[in-house]
Design a protein around this ligand. Sequence first.
Ligand code: C2E
Ligand code: MG
Ligand code: MG
Length: 515
Amino acid sequence: MAQFRNKVFLPIVGVFLGAFSLMMLLSYAVAYWRVTTEVTSDAEQMINYVEHKLNYAMRNMYKLEQLHYEKCDDKGRAELEQFLLHHFNGGLFFVRSSQEQRYTYCSVVGEIVVAQKDRNFENLILLDEVNRQFPLAVLNYNWREQDSRSLFLGYIGKKNTSAIRITLDDSYAFFDPECSKCRHVEVRLTNDSLVYSMGQPLVDLVSTVRIESDRYPFYVASQINRNRILKMMTNSLVFSLPLSLLVSFLCAYLFKLLQRSERSLKQQLKRAIRQRELVAFYQPIMDAATGRIVGAEALVRWVRPNGEVIPPVRFIDELERTALINPLTIQMLEQLPEDLAPIFAADDEFRCSLNLVPEQVEQEDFCCHIERLATSGFPTHQLALEITERLPLRNLEVANQHLERLKALGVVIELDDAGTGYGGASYLQELNIDILKIDKLFVDTLVLSPNNTPVLDAYIQMAKTLKMEVIAEGVETHEQSLALLARGVHLHQGYYFSKPLPAEEFIQFWLAKQN
Ligand code: C2E
Ligand code: MG
Ligand code: MG
């Protein structure tokens, strides 16, 4: 019982876990995709933001021509303050006249000392190469003993050199402050001077993007690391976890339903074989030229205790898949002489055919079984075996050896469903086949296009050449029967003569035809 429980539950748990892992993987992939778009959007937003600031400053730098500054005294500072408020809305702005020291600038808040290395705007980049008037630089400066560092846009006029600070840290708010350890954005001038950076430098990067401004000499590099993906996943867990659980439960449930229906069909078929509910119906094979019944094909039917008759299409695949086809074939084979006893006794030439799956032809056991039956009096010369072309034969050589042994007992070998499957000409060439059963598909062409039946005609011709007999399957009308006769095919099987019948009815049918 415990073993059964394991067999049933472990796969369901497996499906659940598999589906859950897949869903988690999917949410990781979604987070990964969102992160890679986020990193680009971080860089693009920053580019736009800095460009906007520079655009605004550039537009106003020309107004510096109007500045009447001479000395950094009270008057000069008042001049500066008024100009600044009027034209730039405040901010850090400083200026020095050509006469003043090169590194000391005047600002509204007092004197500003630019660091030694930046005194000539040494790291500057000229925005206006022709007039050499607008330098863009990151300057280190000191004001009231405090060291600072900012981006400045300069203006080098005849009288004065001025610069205004471009502030980037005042109003920029897109950055998620909780994620300073998983996103990093920095702005650098093209000479690599660092202008501004947000978030800590990262390790374990997932994505890096560098975008250059096409208007100004700076670029933005944006990075995101794995923590960001995990953070996004955790943030979306409220939504993705219940969804993943739901999908996983659903998959497990569907699997359980499937398992149950499969298990039950297999179990039911097993029981049906044991209780002999799977029985042969017989469909006559007529010689249409004489009206004689020359044989029959045994076709399995599942006759339920309530009388319902289930056709093979509903269960034959399951029988083949689960190898239950083997005990069934043996059962039908052994039942044949009993079912058809009066006919076998009266007509020594009457032959009944049985369908095999290709595997059975390759099985040594199956061949030996028929040999044993033959020694115990089974009329093997009244038996035909049908090998379908619909399914592949794996080992033609072995199959051929077994067929030869069976033929030695008088068994006739038929190729079923000719033209519809795998074997084609190779089966005809390699296997010693006696009869070709032409599929209904080709017989139907006699109705669909009576004057144009090239495939049917080719098969008939091939059978003639190979000295094989032909049985036409699926003959449904008098016209088809006549057309086949006209083509030299006289063995017919089909609803026109009779549907497959239970053994007793078939014997009645046969008896009726004797008179
Ligand atoms: P098959 O061996 O080609 O059998 C011929 C099928 O065509 C049978 O279907 C038969 O009832 C049907 N048939 C015959 N004449 C006509 C007709 O005039 N019109 C139409 N529409 N159909 C016609 P069935 O009995 O449903 O069997 C289907 C297939 O199942 C068989 O095709 C065979 O491949 C397989 N099968 C049936 N019984 C067995 C069996 O005992 N063992 C094995 N391995 N396969 C079997
Ligand atoms: Mg058949
Ligand atoms: Mg067939």
